[in-house]
Design a binder for this molecule. Sequence first.
Ligand SMILES: Nc1ncnc2c1ncn2[C@@H]1O[C@H](COP(=O)(O)OP(=O)(O)O)[C@@H](O)[C@H]1O
Length: 369
Amino acid sequence: MLKFKCPFRKSCVTEGRFLGWWAKSEKLTGRLTRTKKMYGSLPPLFTFGVIADIQYADIEDGFNFKHTRKRYYRNSLRLLRRANEKWKSEAVQPRFIIQLGDVIDGYNKKYDASERALETVVNELDKSAIEVHHVWGNHEFYNFSRDDLMMSALNSKTVDGTMAEDAVQSCSVSDTEESYAYHFSPAPYFRFVVLDAYDLSIIGRKEPSTRYYEALEMLQAHNDNDDLNHPPVAEGLEQRFVKFNGGFSQGQLDWLDRLLTLSDEKLEKVVVVSHLPVHPYSTDPICLAWNYDRVLSILHSHKSVVCFMAGHDHDGGYYRDASGVHHLTFEGVIETPPESEAFGTVYVYEDRMALKGNGRVSDRVLPYP
Ligand SMILES: Nc1ncnc2c1ncn2[C@@H]1O[C@H](COP(=O)(O)OP(=O)(O)O)[C@@H](O)[C@H]1O
């Protein structure tokens, strides 16, 4: 009988026992290889789900304004269900989901169905019991007033105890004109910032507020059409000056700057989200935030920023800018055919994030700047 010298024990072992150990270590290697294939290397620190522009309404399919894209109003609920089931079934469930805005369509208002439609999508999301962070888009304001939204299930604003500094807890500039902007830290060294892209807009603000008049002045300085949803030019960046877009108030921009300064000091990695994209190469310019350039210059002055995620442009987009910030615009569920999908899961590692896309959403590796 063959005898082998075991490196860990003083005694000699038989061939059979040696083969047993070898087989066990092969099994372990196999498991590690499978894990490596699934995640790229080690398991992620945490994951999160992303979905954009669900725009659910219990109505027949229709088209976008230009009649170039079909909109699947009822099917969007089915696609949300499938995304949620996928997230729910994962061995390690996402720590949270980011819903990038326009969760129900403006048509609901016309049929007096806003409350019912919202209840339907919220019930669907609740089935997974995963925490959801809601971003507000233009369709939120077609259906509800800002005050109603603040009291609704779409208000996921939290006060983060890990950054107790008063100046950045949440973005409250004045009692009457509060912004829906906040931040949270799902894991040490990671922070997520939810921005309010309709803080300065004529749909997200009401007369006679200061912000409403400020927004109207900004819009009319660039767009002299009677119908302010009609863009002032046929191409180029000026197209963004339409009523269905908006921007960020000075108060919100200052708050973002202060928050990112603290994140830099704490060596955090930061993801910023908003309904409207802020980089011209990550979207059709008609979907850009009015003062996108102000946000970009703040993002670029802080080393903590990893990526900016947005919705609104249903065709989606991606661009990594010169500062290394990734700009991801997610494809909209509403214009996704029934046989496809539009959602993603982001795997967060020490050195990068990796987006696993489904259907129209592509896979992407997002190394930290
Ligand atoms: N080129 C345009 N001219 C005039 N109105 C427009 C134009 N594009 C969009 N709109 C109007 O602006 C609003 C928002 O447009 P829509 O495409 O529905 O936005 P979303 O992509 O957020 O659903 C709608 O009321 C739509 O009719």
